[in-house]
Design a protein around this ligand. Structure first.
Ligand SMILES: [Zn+2]
Length: 314
């Protein structure tokens, strides 16, 4: 199996076949052809999107059924197929983030400086009576699960992680007030705010929605860079399909933020393949590691609010 920018090349030795092919098939498989060699057949599958070692396809050899001598090679093709292999223990580590030297002062006098851990707010979307999207998984549960995994990766790296919720509950009954309260937890002294969500589409269009996207609001000059680092790292660790960065002023939790903020949608609960990804704890582990690495990269490259003055680090 050789994944390429045009699809998948499957080289089978010890078998024969006549030249054959077909075109204009489906959005996932545009064309295929058999090319016989001396003692082999090369099967070329042309997909709509490039494939990599870790994403877009999966193959399985199925033993012959009783009464047959023919094995079957089953190949699934979908851009939403991601890397579901477990992370090695050695990969579940985020490099340390050095503390910052912060001036400590009151309104009246400067007290000196202190080394302070950078603080980050993680916001698992929805909660309580508001489940968010419901399909293969329930959004509020998966968002919290991932946020807790991110917290457990970042704390040992020296990051002060605050969650907007740690249990299945909304902050406030009123949705608008709830979102404002979440954003307000990104107080001065906090470096970054990240909201974690799961996407959903109506069943009539569900097959069109798959992959990971990250949203940002232009109200802070560093938000787009922060969103870019989150998206880049999550795609690198998961192999998930990237829907890219989206810029919006309509998401209240981002609009109300005063620090660099982003909102990641980690997959679609409404999509058959994304839904299986979201049910898989290896995928959630990988999403969490990608987020944690993106947060770390933002903190060590200066893509975060600088906590200074009274109250910093408290
Ligand atoms: Zn949501």
């Amino acid at each position: 199996m050789v994944p390429t920018s045009l699809g998948l090349r499957v080289e089978c030795t010890g078998v024969g076949a006549s030249p054959l092919g077909a075109q204009d098939l489906t959005p996932e498989l545009r064309a295929w052809r058999f090319e016989p060699g001396a003692d082999s057949v090369t099967v070329t599958l042309l997909t709509g999107l490039p494939l990599t070692e870790r994403s877009g396809w999966r193959a399985q050899l199925v033993a012959p059924v009783p009464g047959s001598d023919r094995s079957r090679l089953v190949i699934d093709l979908s851009p939403a197929l991601a890397d579901l292999t477990p992370l090695l223990q050695s990969e579940r580590v985020v490099a340390g983030v050095p503390p910052r030297l912060v001036a400590q002062s009151t309104a009246l006098l400067v007290l000196g400086t202190a080394l302070v851990k950078p603080r980050v707010v993680l916001d698992p979307g929805h909660g309580g009576a508001d489940p968010g999207g419901v399909g293969a998984v329930t959004e509020k549960q998966v968002a919290l699960d991932v946020a807790l995994r991110v917290r457990d990766l970042l704390r040992p790296a020296g990051v002060d992680v605050v969650l907007t919720r740690e249990t299945d509950q909304a902050l406030l009954q009123d949705k608008a007030a709830d979102l404002n309260q979440r954003a307000a937890m990104g107080t001065p002294g906090t470096g970054l705010f990240l909201s974690i969500h799961v996407n959903a589409l109506a069943s009539s269009t569900a097959l069109r929605g798959y992959g990971v996207e990250t949203w940002w609001n232009p109200n802070h000059p560093l938000s787009s860079a922060f969103a870019g680092l989150i998206q880049k790292n999550v795609i690198a660790v998961t192999g998930a399909y990237s829907r890219g960065l989206k810029n919006t002023t309509s998401l209240a939790v981002l609009r109300a933020s005063r620090i660099p903020a982003a909102l990641i949608e980690i997959g679609f609960t409404s999509h058959p393949v994304d839904g299986l990804n979201l049910q898989n704890t290896n995928y959630l582990d990988r999403v969490a590691l990608g987020i944690a690495q993106g947060v770390r990269e933002a903190l060590v490259t200066g893509v975060s609010a600088q906590g200074t003055g009274a109250g910093a680090g408290k």
